[in-house]
Every structure is written in C-alpha cells, then in structure tokens.
Unconditional design. Structure first.
Ligand code: ADP
Ligand code: MG
Length: 252
C-alpha cells in the first residue's frame, strides 16, 4: 500500500503555478529520489506533503489519510491546527540547513521533541537520543555542542533528531547541498542505512550516485510537472525525455 499518494497536486503562489498536477506515490519501505532543476517545485512538493503548504487542487494522502483533512461520515473536514501538529509528528523532515539549538548538546537536541512534544521523561529521552546518535555514527558526540561538530556531523544529529519522533516517513530536502564535498558521503551513508532498515523516504537531491544506489524510483520534476519517473537504471542511465537528458548532462 502507498504510504504517500499524491494525485493531481496543484499549487500556485500568486500568479505563478509552481506545481501543475503532480502525481507521485511511495509505497511503505521504499525510497523515491526527487530530481530536477532549481525552481522545479521540489521543495514546495515536500512542504505540501508535510502540511506546510495548502494545495489548490488534487489530493495528497499520507498513511491513508488526506493531508489537511479528516474524513467523517463520507465528508472531508479541514483539520484543526492541533490535529495537523499531531499528524506532522509522523513525518520527519531534514533540510539543507540543520538548525540545531546552539546551546544544547547533540543528545539534548535529539531529545527535545520527545521531551516537549511526546512528553517522554527526560532521562528516557536522553537515553534514546544516545542510541539514535549511535545509529548515525555519533555515539561519542552526545555531549558535544553544535559548534563543536562539523557540518556533516550536525546534519547527522538533525537526522537523529527527526528519527527521535519515530516518524513513518522521512522527507529530505537537499540534505547535503550545504556541506563541504568531503562531508557529503557520511550523511549519504546514514541515509542509505536508514533506507536499508526499511524507512520510507522522499529525498530531494542532486547526488546522482546516491539516487542510483538507494532509490527504488527516481522522479524527475521540471516546471512543476513530472517529466519522467521510473527505476534509477532507466531514468538515470536511459532517460527517454530530452529534459531529463539535458539535466543529467549538467549534473553528472
Ligand atoms: P525547487 O525546490 O525545485 O528549487 P521550489 O519549490 O523551492 O523549487 O520553488 C518553486 C518555485 O516556487 C520557485 O519559482 C520559487 O520562487 C517559488 N516559490 C516557492 N515558495 C514560494 C513562496 N512561499 N512564495 C512565492 N513563491 C514561492
Ligand atoms: Mg528546493
């Protein structure tokens, strides 16, 4: 069953139509890499999935429920803010900028959500945080502050922080774009591990090697529309569409 299903998603900002009927599905445990030129609407699409934007037409379902709505008596009702917040807990999002709390240690950053949102007792949340930091290869950095960590390490803390909420779905928006080239690999490795463990993921990235190795499906978005989608071997190595070929020629 699809964990995410988007059908005919349209979104405009003012007169600019940024998403022009996007269809995209992700089955549970699968990884979709979303590729495309700057301004294609990739971030906007992720934000729509994560309840951060309302859409103008179409529908997005996450875990069988329509984003922004609840179904009662066969009718859709707009969600209240509190219910939106509750549903967003099921979705972890990792951005280009990690935005860790500067005056909290790595473990405290990871424990923040569980303590304040899930009401997990602090001691248990910190123990869990250390386990998650171990999972992203930072067992020895639990007591470090963000400024004592490299960009790659900070981004791995950000991933652990998202995982601490036990999400069903992880959204990554160019998680390695702000990193020095030598730090990209360690973050991609953590993401590949997550994928192997069965996490459902949508990853916006320009890392073609990652997409080739980890993605179950590659979706290529241009000007708010899906131009081409399929297994990485097909879309990346034998693209059918000229727009895809042109894009890949630039990034490869
Ligand atoms: P991508 O992530 O593929 O680079 P975005 O989704 O960030 O693309 O943006 C797609 C288009 O939508 C761009 O032209 C961008 O300027 C515009 N856009 C994004 N967010 C907003 C907003 N909040 N208000 C107005 N325009 C926006
Ligand atoms: Mg973007």
């Amino acid at each position: 069953m699809s964990l995410v299903r988007a059908v005919g998603v349209r979104k405009s900002f003012g007169h600019a139509e940024v998403l022009r009927g996007v269809d995209l599905s992700v089955d549970g445990g699968r990884v979709v890499c979303l590729l495309g030129p700057s301004g294609a609407g990739k971030s906007t699409f992720l934000r729509c999935v994560n309840h951060l934007e309302t859409i103008d037409a179409g529908r997005i379902w996450v875990d069988g429920r329509p984003v922004g709505f609840t179904q009662r008596g066969g009718k859709l009702h707009e969600l209240r803010e509190r219910e939106v917040a509750r549903r967003r807990r099921d979705i972890g999002m990792v951005f280009q900028r990690f935005n860790l709390f500067p005056h909290r240690t790595a473990a405290e950053n990871v424990a923040e959500g569980p303590v304040h949102v899930l009401r997990t007792p602090k001691k248990a949340a910190l123990a869990e945080a250390r386990a998650l930091l171990d999972r992203v290869g930072l067992a020895d950095k639990a007591g470090s502050y963000p400024h004592q960590l490299s960009g790659g390490q900070q981004q791995r803390v950000a991933i652990a922080r998202a995982l601490a909420m036990r999400p069903k779905l992880m959204l990554f928006d160019e998680p390695t774009s702000a990193l020095d080239p030598e730090l990209v690999g360690e973050v991609l490795d953590v993401m590949a591990d997550l994928a192997r463990d069965g996490m459902t993921m949508i990853v916006v990235t320009h890392e073609i090697g990652f997409a080739r190795q980890v993605a179950d499906e590659v979706v290529f978005l241009v000007d708010g529309a899906v131009v081409e989608a399929g297994p990485p071997g097909q879309v990346l190595d034998n693209p059918r569409q000229q727009r895809t070929q042109q894009f890949l020629a630039k990034v490869l």
